[in-house]
Design a protein around this ligand. Sequence first.
Ligand code: MD3
Ligand code: FE
Length: 216
Amino acid sequence: MSSLELFETTEPERRQRLGPAAMVLRGFALPYVSDLILAIDGIVALSPFRHMVTPGGFAMSVALTNCGALGWTTDRRGYRYTSVDPDTGMPWPAMPATFSRLANEAAAAADFERFEPDACLVNQYAPGSRLSLHQDKNERDYRAPIVSVSLGVRATFLFGGPARTDPTIKVPLHHGDVVVWGGADRLRYHGVMPLKDEPHALLGSRRINLTFRKAG
Ligand code: MD3
Ligand code: FE
């Protein structure tokens, strides 16, 4: 058997389509991982992870922070983007160059050219943390895609339709996987199942998700 045939029969599909404009890029972020983890440590030193409160009055089980010109926040008054971290009173940490480059290259690999995110939401999941079904609707322009980077413990992502009651499919997201969503898939409901306690070699019992957006 030639090495080419061997490669073709053992290599799992790297690009997996979830919808007309939604694509999983398996392992796309792996070459960036050490830079990403260093950059996350730098962000968290300036704007620590915190459990924000939803308009309904519940603390989120996911802890979050942001980098870039705009950051996503929630409190009793609602969801919005701000240029200042409400906990520190300082601007959100700058978007590291390695973040912008990864987001731009992943978007291009999924056929979205010239993606220039101005916001990166950094979500940290501990065992049991989950994200209930929701739409991402706080951005100004739905034409730009969203790029999501998974690090650490594997999660089960739920991908639904345009209505909350539409059926969902389960998509496992592993360390290094990148998902790009845009166009017709931009407003689909989605969520993350409660994280299992299956420690990861680099990040321990945590999952970190970077979500790049053009918010302003
Ligand atoms: C599908 N975060 O922060 S990003 C979020 O893994 C969020 O932390 C998830 O959903 C996480 O809002 C997944 C993936 C994502 C983001 C936006 C989407 C999927 C999407 C918009 C439309 C459809
Ligand atoms: Fe979301």
